[in-house]
Design a protein around this ligand. Structure first.
Ligand code: AGP
Length: 608
């Protein structure tokens, strides 16, 4: 989604704003702009395309001033042009606004404001806020912003500056993340901490309904009725290196290669090998509450939904508790069955995905206990859930999720192990599973050490137009995830399917031009997937097979093979996903795609 940055203090604002935008570019990258008060008026500079374009505009026509706001956009209303780039100005150019979210009654407001003589210069919903602030001006910026926000419907994270009340930034949030960075005599505003980490680790997270006024002397937080609110200052633990590429060509490749460490970090201090169980300090549920859980709903979007499918099988297999997996965007609007003994597990890397947040709030409203599996510390889902499991995978900058996925699956395995050992799982079986989890980091490293093998396979298929990914059992979701990775970054059409389902339709797609990826470790359903591979070969399909041992049964059926180490069935998706991430990555690079910022995508989808 869009990224917002703000600066107020003794130094020039522009350098901070541009640096901050670059750090937030993964959130949205189709156009950008800044607005700075130069002592007389609000000066804006905008450009379609990447931040580099805006930098070009600024070097040709710089702006100076110590108060400013900036924005990088992921278009919702109006095409990604300079005209629709933020900031947007009021008719009299005295008010500038940047916005992340959707104003649902923008058309009504636009009509009313036009009738009042305001001139609209963009197609955006956001511009209505600038005109409203001018229209409702009575003397102070915060009062005018409060007046404007009382009229808008929808979601927003906004920052506003005005030449009529110049030494302040007014910010507000409802649905889109915003935080204040507390510096040494200077103050920052940002959609997430990565934009300001180079200057401060002290942040104040704004909650939905909060407004903030930042001045050179400090900041205050209040509600929409101008009633002061207390918000604590929190410390960001991860460092700048975590958000640098560290010598890798792309953040995605760096994050793929971080997985031995990130999977270990997710298990650190939680896996108890001796007892064959896990310790999860953040669940915030007593033994009685955990034992009272008799049905589980897991809700999420995208890649997180794929890990939910694996979690479903793990929990049902080990704990014998029925699990429903729900697309968050569907769950929030249908009439789900939630009972007082329902546990709702919410999975989100960013912790800000609008549909997932709303689904959690819906489950909570109906009395479910909510558990957040989240990577971003301090994110909205993490602050609103009843308990949680932080992934500790570190910042994930690449839009295509990789390390968060494998950490989500291992976090679900830790949860399933704990719940199962409280029920019917023996210590011996528990130890076996715990040991297998403990061995994963080394096993993942052994896969990464052979990344070049995947690059060679990618070279063979970089010009393909379609791909099919097939798996069974725990690896059906891994097939979905493999297909999603390829789609997201290479723009090749790809589908994931349960291997046996292929006979019921997709097999019609098979010919010598269709590469088919099979995830076929030697697990409990290996014999079954062999026949599916034969069906593809019989129709001339090209097979790329992920195996875990020499398989005589596959003789003559393999065009390309990649070997992964063996582990217990429920953990094979973690090992199988790493080579599929590499396949997608190398194919995308060979096609010249922008791997870290694929077209049309954004890292966290904060609008529905
Ligand atoms: C995955 O590569 C995508 N970036 C996307 O599908 C993502 O998983 C989805 O938007 C959910 O994001 P979240 O985990 O931050 O909620």
């Amino acid at each position: 989604m869009c990224g917002i940055v703000g600066y107020i203090g003794p130094r020039q604002a522009t350098p901070f704003l541009i640096e901050g935008l670059k750090r937030l570019e993964y959130r949205g990258y189709d156009s950008a702009g800044i607005a700075v008060y130069d002592g007389e008026s609000i000066e804006t500079r905008r450009a379609a395309g990447k931040i580099a374009k805006l930098e070009g505009t600024l070097s040709a026509d710089p702006v100076t001033g110590k108060v400013g706001i900036a924005h990088t956009r992921w278009a919702t209303h109006g095409p990604p042009t300079e005209r629709n780039a933020h900031p947007h100005l009021s008719t009299d150019n005295t008010v500038a606004v940047v916005h992340n979210g959707i104003i649902e009654n923008a058309n009504v407001l636009r009509k009313q404001l036009t009738e009042l003589g305001h001139t609209f210069r963009s197609d955006t919903d956001t511009e209505t806020i600038a005109h409203l602030v001018q229209e409702l001006w009575e003397g102070s910026l915060e009062e005018a912003v409060i007046g404007a926000l009382r009229k808008v419907e929808g979601t927003f994270g906004i920052a506003v500056v005005s030449s009529k009340d110049p030494s302040k930034i007014v910010a507000a949030r409802k649905g889109s993340p915003l935080l204040i960075g507390v510096g040494d005599g200077e103050y920052f505003l940002a959609s997430d901490a990565s934009a300001i980490l180079a200057h401060t680790r002290q942040v104040v997270y704004l909650n939905d309904g909060d407004l903030a006024v930042l001045t050179p002397d400090g900041y205050k937080v209040m509600d929409i009725n101008n009633v002061p609110l207390r918000r604590s200052v929190e410390r960001i633990e991860w460092d700048l290196a975590a958000i640098e590429r560290g010598g890798y060509d792309h953040f995605m490749l760096k994050e793929i290669f971080e997985q031995p460490t990130t999977v270990e970090n997710t298990m650190r201090g939680r896996l108890i090998l001796e007892d064959g169980t896990s310790k999860l300090g953040g669940l915030n549920m007593s033994h009685e509450q955990l034992m009272a859980v008799d049905n589980i709903v897991i809700t999420a979007c995208g890649t997180s939904w794929h890990s939910a499918l694996i979690g479903e099988m793990m929990i049902e297999d080990l704990c014998r508790i029925p699990v429903e997996v729900e697309y968050a965007s569907e769950f929030r609007y249908r009439n789900p069955i939630i009972t007082p003994s329902t546990l709702c597990i919410v999975i989100s890397q960013s912790g800000e995905t609008a549909d997932t947040l709303a689904a959690m709030r819906e489950a909570k409203r109906r009395g479910a206990q909510t558990l957040g599996l989240v990577n971003v510390v301090g994110s909205t889902i993490a602050r609103e859930d009843d308990g949680g499991i932080y992934l500790h995978a570190g910042p994930e900058i690449g839009v295509a999720s990789t390390k968060a996925f494998t950490s989500q699956v291992i976090a679900l395995a830790l949860f399933a192990l704990k719940m199962a050992r409280k029920r019917t799982l023996s210590v011996m079986r528990g130890r076996e599973l715990a040991q297998a989890m403990h061995d994963l980091p080394k096993q993942i490293q052994s896969i990464l050490d052979r990344a070049a093998e995947m690059e060679k396979i990618a070279d063979e298929y970089k010009d393909a137009h379609n791909f099919l990914y097939l798996g069974r059992g725990f690896n059906f979701p891994a097939a979905l995830e493999g297909a999603l990775k390829l789609k997201e970054i290479s723009y090749i059409h790809a589908e994931g399917y349960p291997a046996a389902e292929m006979k019921h339709g997709p097999i019609a797609l098979i010919d010598e031009k269709m590469p088919v990826v099979f995830i076929a470790p030697h697990d409990g359903v290996f014999d079954k997937i062999v026949s599916n591979i034969q069906e593809v070969k019989a129709r001339g399909g090209k097979t790329i097979i992920i195996t875990s041992r020499d398989e005589p049964a596959l003789a003559g059926l393999v065009d390309h093979e990649f070997r992964i180490p063996e582990t217990v069935d429920m953990l094979t998706p973690i090992l199988a996903s790493v080579p599929l991430q590499l396949l997608a990555y190398y194919i995308a690079v060979k096609r010249g795609a922008n791997v870290d910022q694929p077209r049309n995508l954004a890292k966290s989808v904060t609008v529905e």
